[in-house]
Ligand binder design. Structure first.
Ligand code: GLC
Length: 661
């Protein structure tokens, strides 16, 4: 672990307070209480809060700042500066409110149907203590035996077998190195781990940009690796601290985040207290995109936060966290922001370019698949986690309606295979009618020449984007993989996407898994669409580069679909190179042969993605915990919407036949 940065320069009184405090009992470990106050500073809650310039353009919150106990109580209050926490505006409201703003929930009549099941299909696995890999797995086996006794489902046997395999298996040197590096990447705040830095590359130490920050999306594979190892504390802390950073103010001025937005990243800074150099304290300093290159809004952050919150509950069995009022409010804020009314009429989420992992101009504004797949997952998991009461009923209804519409829209309009491409090839255009076949007025000449021979007969995929008169036919890995994991894609579509990976292995996996998108934009397209971005040249970085972090999502999708051998093959390809190459962020060239031009080394999500993939392959039962199965109720919602003209009857059977491709 890294040294606690805050201790440098601390007064001895503060250090004494730290050591004098008895260690809290596991598993309810609390944050170490840091009192880094000069004698002049007051702990009075009457101290008035306000906003201070931070010197780097961020807003920092000054007032009573908290090191919160992880059970939600305020273990310690301290005066200080930090990013505006929610309670800066209305602390009480945040902690006590259970209501979502009904005004921001659209009443989508076309998909009117209420789903309020909690959807807890998989029994939680309860970790009572932090243990080593084998210990944790043994606990899982015992738990599974207890819960599955007599059920005859056979999963216990599989889990027990997995435990034996793990006991016998010698952890490779590469994995040991990866664990060491992952531990080294841990960032502490108030004496507790809260995340991992994006990269810890000594070669770029003088030009770190924001790679020394904890990125929300980058932390997800780290979190899963820690959770599967039985270390829940860092994930819990991360979830709670990012929740405090969530934008709470509703603002209308430019460059300020809207209510509910989660930051792209945050940094732990040590700042002098009261402007003096006698005492210091740590603050969490978030970036909502207002400092990011290109000022991109991190739409995916809140979605990832919800996905991780659900995974934390499923893996640790600590559902109390998601039931907390402040956490419930956090979920509602993200959902309200996503579901708020705009001018758009599609059920997909309308975003600007670079609003996700691809956080530069790459022609993915509008309705990019990656955001839609994460959105779908977050909708499903929110519906599962939200407590039903008068304050949440409308929101849950809106979520269900949106889920039905979204899944119909993506399955129907984003899907391409040879048959569909042939249909598009023969499309009539300029159809003005309700029943138009070519609803989005796609001109057949848009079909790129590479596509015609590229898609194998038994394969298909979801296209990158759909807008009026515009289909982006590029293949984007993350969106397609999450469509499989979340069951946004139909089972048959999911199968076909994996067929594509298998048959187009050299294009999509090549010498290093996985292509972020295929193919690259070249020549005029590169110039016009990326704005001649020198970082996104053809087959580099976001423009057809290969990103090893995507491996864990590929592994999860393969295991879910019963094809772990595909993932094993990809993991083996990565394992051969990653350590020798010093864990690069990304690779370049068409087949992923070179370490990327500007790639960071010791990139944490590369390391964590590899470890998570290894662990998932060892414990395939985890895949069912982290993914979602098909939800027939949702399909019924889709079918009903199709039937508004009274053409077909509403039923599950109709849903199956109409929506399952
Ligand atoms: C780059 C990537 C982004 C990632 C960040 C930190 O900006 O495009 O997806 O989160 O680096 O690793």
């Amino acid at each position: 672990m890294r040294p606690h940065r805050v201790l440098a320069g601390c007064r001895s009184a503060a250090a004494h307070l730290l050591t004098a405090r008895p260690p809290p009992p596991p598993p309810q470990r609390r944050h170490a209480l840091l009192l880094l106050l000069s004698p002049r500073a007051s702990l009075s809650s009457s101290s008035s809060p306000g906003f201070l310039p931070s010197g780097n353009g961020h807003r920092l919150y000054a007032g009573v700042f908290l090191c919160r106990g992880i059970d939600g109580t305020h273990e310690g209050r301290r005066m200080g500066v930090g990013p505006a926490p929610p309670h800066a505006v209305s602390g009480a409201a945040r902690r006590q409110s259970t209501s979502a703003e009904p005004s921001s929930v659209p009443g989508d009549k076309a998909f009117e149907r209420i789903y309020m099941n909690q959807g807890m299909a998989v029994k939680p696995l309860v970790f009572e203590r932090i243990a080593d890999d084998v210990g944790v797995l043994e606990e899982r086996v015992e738990e599974a035996v207890r819960s599955e006794e007599g059920s005859g489902k056979g999963s216990v046997v599989e889990t027990a077998a997995a435990a034996d395999v793990l006991k016998e298996r010698e952890v490779s040197e590469v994995e040991k190195e990866a664990w060491r590096l992952l531990e080294r990447a841990v960032v502490n705040y108030c004496g507790s781990p809260v995340g991992t830095v994006a990269a810890d590359d000594p070669l770029t130490a003088s030009n770190q940009l924001n790679y020394d920050q904890v990125f929300i999306r980058d932390f997800v594979p780290s979190a899963l690796a820690f959770l599967m190892k039985g270390e829940g504390e860092i994930v819990r802390n991360f979830l709670l601290h990012t929740l405090q950073l969530q934008s709470w103010e509703k603002t209308v001025d430019c460059y300020s985040p809207g209510q509910g937005l989660m930051p792209a990243s945050f940094k732990v800074r040590t700042v002098p207290l009261d402007g003096s150099n006698e005492a210091f304290e740590e603050v969490l300093d978030p970036d909502f995109g207002e400092s990011a290159i290109g000022r991109v809004a991190p739409v995916d952050s809140g979605l990832w936060w919800i996905i991780l919150l659900r995974a934390y509950g499923k893996i640790t069995g600590d559902y109390a966290l998601q039931e907390r009022v402040d956490v419930q409010t956090g979920i509602k804020l993200v959902m309200n922001l996503c579901l708020s009314d705009g001018f758009d009429m599609f059920p997909t989420l309308l975003v600007t370019d670079g609003s996700c992992m691809i956080d530069r101009r790459m022609g993915i504004h509008g309705h990019p698949l990656e955001i839609q797949a994460l959105f779908y997952s977050a909708l499903r998991f929110s519906r599962e986690m939200l407590t039903i009461n008068d304050g949440s009923r409308n929101l849950i209804r809106a979520i269900s309606n949106r889920l039905s519409a979204l899944s119909f829209h993506i399955r129907e309009y984003y899907w391409v295979d040879m048959k569909k491409i042939n249909e598009i090839y023969r499309y009539k255009t300029e159809e003005y009618s309700h029943d138009a076949i070519n609803k989005f007025n796609i001109y057949p000449d848009q079909i790129p020449s590479w596509l015609v021979d590229w898609v194998p007969d038994k394969a298909g995929y979801l296209i990158g984007n759909l807008q009026p008169a515009h289909m982006d036919f590029r293949f984007f890995s993350l969106g397609n993989l999450w469509a499989i994991i979340s069951s946004l894609a139909t089972p048959k579509q999911a199968e076909s996407i994996l067929n594509l990976f298998e048959e187009k292995w050299d294009d999509l996996i090549g010498k290093m898994p996985l292509k972020i998108c295929f193919p690259a934009l070249e020549y005029d397209e590169w110039r016009i669409i990326t704005g001649s971005d020198p970082k996104n040249t053809p087959w580099s970085y976001h423009n057809g580069g290969s990103w090893p972090t995507l491996l864990w999502q590929f592994t999860l999708a393969c295991i879910k679909m019963g094809r772990p051998e595909l993932a094993q093959r990809a993991v083996a390809a990565a394992e051969r190179r990653l350590s020798d190459d010093q864990w690069p962020e990304y690779y370049d060239t068409r087949t992923g042969r070179f370490i990327g031009k500007q790639s960071r080394l010791f990139q944490t999500w590369t390391i964590a993605g590899f470890l998570t993939s290894k662990m998932l392959l060892e414990r395939p039962e985890m895949a069912s915990i982290l993914s979602c199965e098909e939800d027939l109720d949702l399909l019924e919602g889709c079918a009903c919407s199709l039937n508004k003209g009274g053409r077909k009857r509403c039923s599950r059977i109709a849903a199956r036949s109409q929506i399952l491709v």
